[in-house]
Design a protein. Structure first.
Length: 471
């Protein structure tokens, strides 16, 4: 598999630290508000990556944090904690806000067929690990105490800007907002590992530490949670491109200083979802959520299909017109699948070249657009319906568009007789197929007449029997 590695600034062959096993980390949500569909594009693409690695035979461990403390409104370690801002906005406690929006995030993820990571760890559950890591960094001389806070000393590194060869426009480094200087820092790019009450008196959540009552910085949590659950060697770290600097840059700095060796060789970043105002952002207000799409009548899986039709390393422009076009394509795809017969057994030998084509698309830097093309190639191919359904279900282990389920549900829903279901129709067709094989034409004709009375029209073809609802 070839992946674009942000750390190397080029496509590279993916080779995990341990053969056959992949340890993968995903930056989780800061649970102070709903995730918008731009955030969820990143999680969709990370989900495809994980599922493809599993499809390709790897044993995958995926870890994700939940940021429920410590993420300030500016990535430059200034401003109000986002969790506290959410609590003030809704007149609730920080932990109530965290619980509500964590549940909302996973509800949205479920609607988008995003698999839950193997390990999900909230930052507030790992305070001892954060303190221990910060103390080790101080003991090694990589951190210092100043003005009530503990800072990482970036001057101790040979190369802090590990993503320095990335396109600056893609990186969106303007989020750093360094106009607000912190006089405690020895160097401009130093970042906070632990805050104390000396700087943020109104912080809702605080813990005792060797440096006073306080709370962790945002960056330390991902490093500590990853090392806790995935060990000293991580294979792939994922996130949105806006996390590359400073968040992921700081993660690498503190993790490798702590461990004493290279930590994570592959960095997978998803580009922004754009709307008419530019990058979709909560700060602009009026952001789109999965629930809002549902209220407007859109199936969340149509939005997943919309995302998969574009490459993860290209900005994706969202308009409702674009989504409407995707909905039409998705519905037509479901209708075509619904017309496939469920009779017979798949020809696995005939299926293999199409599986190879699907794998080739995803081996090429997770090219989901080409993978969708491979799906359409199956529908156009000279294959039996059973083989086509087998391949569609096989590909959907990665694409997760609910294709077979949606097609079968649509067929069942379309039946005029509420007492008739797909299982009954399929059973009668199987009985008729056996009668024809036994040359019992009277029974076969009687079953055809019975199905016709149920408004089911049969079509006998070289690939077996297909059926449709009478118009």
């Amino acid at each position: 598999m070839i992946l674009y590695n942000t750390r190397g600034g080029e496509k590279q062959e993916f080779v995990p630290h341990e053969a056959g096993k992949v340890k993968m980390y995903t930056c989780g949500p800061t649970v102070y508000h709903y995730a918008h569909i731009g955030n969820l594009r990143t999680y969709i693409m990370e989900d495809v990556l994980e599922k493809y690695l599993r499809y390709d035979g790897y044993d995958v461990l995926r870890v994700m944090n939940i940021t429920d403390v410590g993420h300030l409104s500016s990535d430059a370690d200034t401003g109000e904690d986002k969790m506290l801002a959410g609590a003030k906005r809704e007149h609730k406690s920080v932990m109530d806000i965290a619980k509500f929006y964590t549940d909302a995030f996973f509800s949205d993820a479920d609607k988008l067929n995003i698999k839950k990571p193997d390990v999900i760890e909230p930052a507030t559950a790992c305070i001892p690990e954060f303190i221990a890591m910060v103390q080790t960094l101080m003991d090694k001389g990589y951190a210092y105490f100043a003005g009530g806070n503990v800072y990482f000393d970036t001057a101790k590194l040979d190369n802090y800007y590990v993503f320095g060869n990335m396109n600056e426009e893609e990186l969106q480094v303007g989020v750093r907002e360094d106009v607000s200087e912190d006089s405690n820092k020895r160097n401009k790019n130093d970042f906070v590992l632990w805050f104390t009450q000396s700087k943020f008196e109104d912080q809702a959540l605080k813990w005792e530490s060797p440096w006073g009552l306080g709370y962790p910085g945002w960056h330390i949590e991902c490093s500590a949670i990853s090392i806790k659950h995935a060990g000293e060697y991580l294979d792939i770290h994922c996130g949105g491109v806006d996390n590359a600097f400073p968040h992921h840059t700081n993660e690498i700095a503190q993790s490798e200083a702590y461990l004493g060796h290279k930590w994570c060789p592959y960095w997978f970043h998803v580009l922004h979802l754009l709307d008419k105002r530019g990058k979709m952002s909560k700060s602009k207000g009026g952001f789109l959520t999965v629930s809002l799409l549902e209220e407007k009548g859109y199936d969340p899986l149509a939005y997943r299909f919309f995302c998969l039709q574009s490459h993860y390393r290209k900005p994706l422009v969202f308009t409702f017109e674009n989504l409407d076009n995707t909905v039409q394509a998705y519905n037509k795809l479901i209708a075509r699948i619904g017309k496939l017969s469920r009779d017979g057994e798949p020809d696995l030998a005939a299926a293999k070249p199409y599986q190879d084509s699907f794998k080739a698309a995803l081996d090429n830097d997770l090219n989901t657009s080409l993978a969708i093309t491979a799906l359409y190639d199956v529908l156009k191919a000279e294959l039996s319906d059973a083989t086509k359904r087998y391949l569609i279900a096989d590909f959907d282990r990665v694409l997760s568009l609910g294709l077979i389920e949606a097609a079968d549900a649509k067929n069942a829903e379309a039946a005029p007789d509420a007492d008739v279901d797909v299982a009954k129709i399929e059973a009668l067709i199987a009985k008729r197929t056996q009668a024809r094989a036994d040359k019992d034409w009277a029974t076969a004709d009687a079953i055809r007449d019975e199905l016709k009375a149920m408004h089911i029209i049969l079509k006998d073809g070289k690939d077996g029997v297909s059926w449709e609802i009478e118009a």
